[in-house]
Write a protein that binds this ligand. Structure first.
Ligand code: ADP
Ligand code: ASP
Ligand code: MG
Length: 404
């Protein structure tokens, strides 16, 4: 008898029929004698709609109240999924994040899991029940409802699998697994049999929303092997696990396009010690994540440079406000914002041991007439900033150059 944690995303529980087919799949596992813990997301579109509703009341709602609101999405799905199992004569009990013992810090809308005490889950499993846990939510020590950031049901599943010492952790979604690129943008992308935590982490952080980044970080830290697979068929999915020796023989595992980035350029920044520190201290203090930074050479006698950096698009307004506030003190001439950029990245642990990768990527972009605006590299990834309008075409071109 195995203990299996299965997570079903929004599309997989998107309507009553889908919920019934989730229940049927769970029932088949139970019939084989396995114990099953099911983690569910809100039905597709529900979280987005709740956010929209809140913003119609006020533009920047209290984050505590946002969590109270958003947690209702998953609470709806756990009850419906339990009912669908009851309809199959299968004992099942739904639990909120708090009831499942998921304790978080108090950072509303992006809380971190601090501890899981799944005593209740174990007790219900031992009683012969399927246990259905609301994804994406937890509770602070003081009893406040929290949520774990968008896509956070992935994290609930991985963390529960770790706390329960589950034999299997399966992430059921609306594609057959992790592909060499988003299969909706690159129709000839290939499904991967396996991928390392580090590669999955880079892809997730660079725009591949198939897994929440933080859930992959957690899985790597605690060695949780998990499988990404489809809730719509029985095809084998993609195993995400520690790197193995033969993984380096593949140069590039995947390509991704992040359309959710923006670029800020500070024009004519005085070229003297302490200026960059002052600018990025102010930006960091506002909890704005900066990714690539480029500084031009000093413009001749004026002793000024231009500094550009990328950030998440939703932080753009906040960043402008911060920079306007220090413009007088720092003495740059202008803040120029550009929302029409895309970040295109290639990822692979094989980049460590293969040369010529950058040249090949740049050449394929040049042949397609795509101009490169900024470049950044790490050991296992190479990212370029390009014109957003050419993003999808460039994604296909670079995918073809490396993954055929
Ligand atoms: P869920 O609701 O199940 O959590 P998500 O919508 O969060 O599902 O993630 C699945 C989506 O991720 C797919 O529909 C696909 O379009 C997208 N995606 C982006 N990059 C990739 C990739 N490299 N491999 C697979 N899917 C990807
Ligand atoms: N419902 C939440 C969201 O849409 C969490 C999740 O689906 O994983 O982000
Ligand atoms: Mg998701």
């Amino acid at each position: 008898m195995a203990l299996i944690v299965q997570k079903y995303g929004g599309t997989s529980v998107g309507n009553p029929d889908r919920i019934k087919s989730v229940a049927a799949r769970v029932a088949r596992c139970r019939a084989r004698g396995d114990q099953v813990v099911v983690v569910v997301s809100a039905m597709s579109g529900v979280t987005d709609n709740l956010i929209k509703l809140a913003k119609e009341i006020m533009p920047l709602p209290s984050e505590r109240e946002m969590d109270v609101l958003l947690a209702t999405g998953e609470q709806t799905t756990i009850a419906l999924t339990a009912m669908a199992l009851h309809a199959l004569n299968m004992p099942a009990v739904s639990l909120t994040g708090a009831q499942a013992g998921i304790l978080t810090d108090g950072v509303h809308t992006k809380a971190k899991i601090q501890n899981i005490t799944p005593a209740q889950v174990h007790k219900l499993l031992d009683g012969g029940n399927v246990v259905i846990v609301a994804g994406f939510q937890g509770q602070t020590l003081e009893g406040q409802i929290t949520t774990l950031g968008r896509g956070g049901s992935d994290l609930t599943a991985v963390a529960l699998a770790s706390a329960l010492k589950a034999d299997l952790c399966q992430i059921y979604t609306d594609v057959d697994g992790v592909y060499t690129a988003d299969p909706r943008l690159v129709p000839n992308a290939l499904k991967l049999e396996e991928i390392s935590y580090d590669e999955m982490l880079e892809l997730a952080g660079l725009g591949a929303k198939v897994m929440q980044s933080r859930s992959v970080e957690f899985a790597k830290k605690f060695g949780v092997v998990f499988e990404v697979r489809s809730s719509l068929n029985d095809n084998p999915g993609t195993l995400v696990k520690e790197e193995t020796a033969n993984m380096e023989s593949v140069v590039i595992r995947g390509v991704s396009l992040d359309k959710n980035q923006a670029k800020i350029t500070l024009a004519h920044v005085p070229d003297k010690p302490g200026v960059a520190a002052r600018i990025f201290k102010a930006v960091g203090d506002a909890a704005i994540n900066v990714d690539m930074i480029v500084q031009t050479a000093s413009h001749g006698a004026s002793g000024a440079t231009d500094i550009s950096f990328t950030l998440d698009k939703p932080d753009l307004l906040k960043a402008r406000k911060v920079l306007d506030g220090i413009q007088g003190e720092v003495g740059f001439r202008e803040v120029i914002a550009d929302e029409k950029i895309g970040k295109l990245s290639i990822v692979g642990v094989g980049m460590r041991s293969h040369t010529g990768v950058a040249a090949r990527m740049f050449e394929s972009l040049a042949n397609a007439g795509v101009n490169i605006d900024m470049i950044s590299t790490s050991e296992i990834k190479l990212s370029v900033v390009i014109d957003l309008a050419k993003g999808e075409q460039a994604l296909k071109t670079v995918h073809a150059a490396f993954l055929g």
